[in-house]
Design a protein around this ligand. Structure first.
Ligand code: GCO
Length: 264
């Protein structure tokens, strides 16, 4: 089997929310596989410039674009700028996401809507405007970053679960509508990874930390680099007949009912 099935040389990948965390790890993986990287951030130009400098220091061909993925006008403006300045987008990774840990009965509607807007509506907005040139070229890859909460509920993350559950079905419907254009749309479902987003619940001695370590057959939190393989696979020729699938990278969480603390 020739490994150039996974070669992304000559491809351009837009990764949203790629200045840190899982987005950054996946982007580095796609860059190491040969892709030109378009890094999206939304918080600050400085943070974006620092991230792009880090990518370049790794020898990667990276370009930064600061825009709010929930703002359709800004998304359209920046995608046409990217296509002019960098080139057409072959791979789109909808990774940008937020979480608010609030019990549902205490959650403000504005907070619920904010989570759904970033985690579910923005993948629709960005995909809608990136897919048009993919359709004209009869080729493209879209990866939506889902979650354990695409399958499981958890106290305090109701809005996030609603969005990530919706994103799983949006992924399947995008695949249904766009596969005929030779566009593969799939998802990656990260388990529990050591990132800034999970830092508040990943403290030694914190009950949730021990719960996750016990609940995960691998017995540990994931390393963001553990997502690179799935990202490269779903971006490459190796997945040309894979459509509407969610690849869960979770150390086995979804495969098991778990075990009592006294069992090895
Ligand atoms: C949480 C976590 C999760 C993870 C991830 C799991 O509060 O439960 O932050 O949401 O980040 O999404 O798949």
């Amino acid at each position: 089997m020739s490994l150039n099935l996974f070669d992304l040389t000559g491809k351009t990948a837009l990764i949203t929310g790629a200045t840190h965390g899982l987005g950054k790890a996946m982007a580095i993986g796609l860059g190491n596989a040969g892709a030109t990287l378009v890094i999206n951030g939304a918080s600050s130009q400085e943070k974006l410039d620092n991230a792009v400098a880090e990518y370049k220091a790794l020898g990667l061909n990276a370009h930064g674009y600061l825009f709010d993925v929930t703002n359709e006008a800004k998304v359209m403006e920046n995608i046409s700028k990217i296509e002019k300045e960098v080139g057409h987008i072959d791979i789109l990774v909808n990774n940008a996401g937020i979480i608010k840990r609030i019990p549902l009965e205490e959650m403000e509607v504005a907070d619920f809507e904010a989570v759904v807007k970033v985690d579910l509506v923005s993948p629709f907005i960005v995909s809608k405007h990136v897919v048009k040139s993919m359709m004209s070229r009869k080729e493209g890859k879209i990866i939506n970053i889902c979650s354990m909460m695409s399958e499981l509920g958890r106290n305090t993350v109701g809005a996030y679960a609603a969005a990530k559950g919706g994103l799983k079905m949006l992924t399947r419907n995008m695949a249904t509508e766009w596969a005929k254009h030779n566009i593969q749309v799939n998802g990656i479902g990260p388990g529990y990874f050591a990132t800034a987003q999970t830092a508040p619940i990943r403290i030694d001695g914190h009950p949730f930390n021990d719960f996750i370590v016990g609940r995960t057959p691998a017995g540990k939190w994931g390393d963001p680099d553990d997502l690179q393989g799935a990202a490269i696979f779903l971006s490459s020729k190796a997945s040309n007949f894979v459509n509407g699938q969610i690849v869960y990278v979770d150390g086995g969480i979804l495969a098991t009912i778990g075990k009592p603390a006294n069992e090895n």
